[in-house]
Design a protein around this ligand. Structure first.
Ligand SMILES: C[S@@+](CC[C@H](N)C(=O)[O-])C[C@H]1O[C@@H](n2cnc3c(N)ncnc32)[C@H](O)[C@@H]1O
Length: 192
């Protein structure tokens, strides 16, 4: 089968790379070649495409968690955050013009949480949520986290003066989130 190479290269919306292979006219073809995330399955490439069907895909941000310990083949030392928006424009409240699509290790107060048996298995540092909340919302706005987990987004909202709606399937995690958010509220009201 012959492919013609278009004058203007298509850019992969997931990773931003310019593919070096000849391209077909199928707009999905380039996207499908992109892994777009860690792990053996290109989950994040698929999520980006699904997301783009209902929202407008803006960027994939990589959180570089820093070096991992020893382990098996291609240790995953990053996580991806998909940013999308509803409607034509994406709210943006940073004027430094320095925000990158990579969050470097040990920056912004974000720490890697290694859970013990009693903790939520994928808990994130509240500062990670805070980074995105500050970029895309202002004080008094309402943030929804439909997969609340241990409530890190809720804690970030309390500390940043945003309203928060959280949804969580697991009752134990839900209760733990409630406790954590209440504790953050106390700390904000009575800073030590
Ligand atoms: C990846 S964790 C979120 C971790 C969270 N960001 C934190 O820092 O703790 C996803 C959570 O979504 C919850 N969950 C999964 N499916 C759900 C659903 N359909 N409705 C509500 N919660 C759900 C899981 O129980 C899990 O706690």
């Amino acid at each position: 089968m012959m492919f013609s190479i278009p004058d203007k290269p298509k850019i992969c919306p997931v990773c931003g790379a310019e593919p070096s292979l000849p391209q077909s006219d199928d707009p999905n073809e380039i996207r499908m070649r992109c892994g777009g995330g860690g792990g053996p399955d290109p989950q994040f490439a698929r999520w980006s495409l699904w997301l783009d069907e209902v929202l407008t895909f803006k960027q994939m941000v990589v959180w570089d968690k820093g070096p991992m310990g020893m382990g098996w083949h291609y240790r995953r030392s990053y996580e991806t955050v998909l940013v999308a928006h509803k409607g034509q424009t994406c709210n943006w409240y940073d004027d430094t013009k320095k925000v990158e699509n990579v969050i470097r290790p040990h920056t912004l107060g974000i720490r890697k949480i290694i859970p013990n048996g009693a903790q939520h298995p994928t808990e994130k540092s509240w500062q990670l949520a805070a980074h995105f909340i500050k970029l895309h919302s202002k004080e008094g706005d309402t943030i929804l986290d439909p997969f609340m987990g241990h409530g890190s987004t809720g804690e970030a909202c309390v500390r940043l003066g945003r309203n928060f709606i959280g949804i969580e399937l697991d009752e134990t995690f839900y209760n733990e989130s409630q406790r954590r958010i209440a504790e953050a509220q106390l700390q904000v009201q009575m800073p030590i």
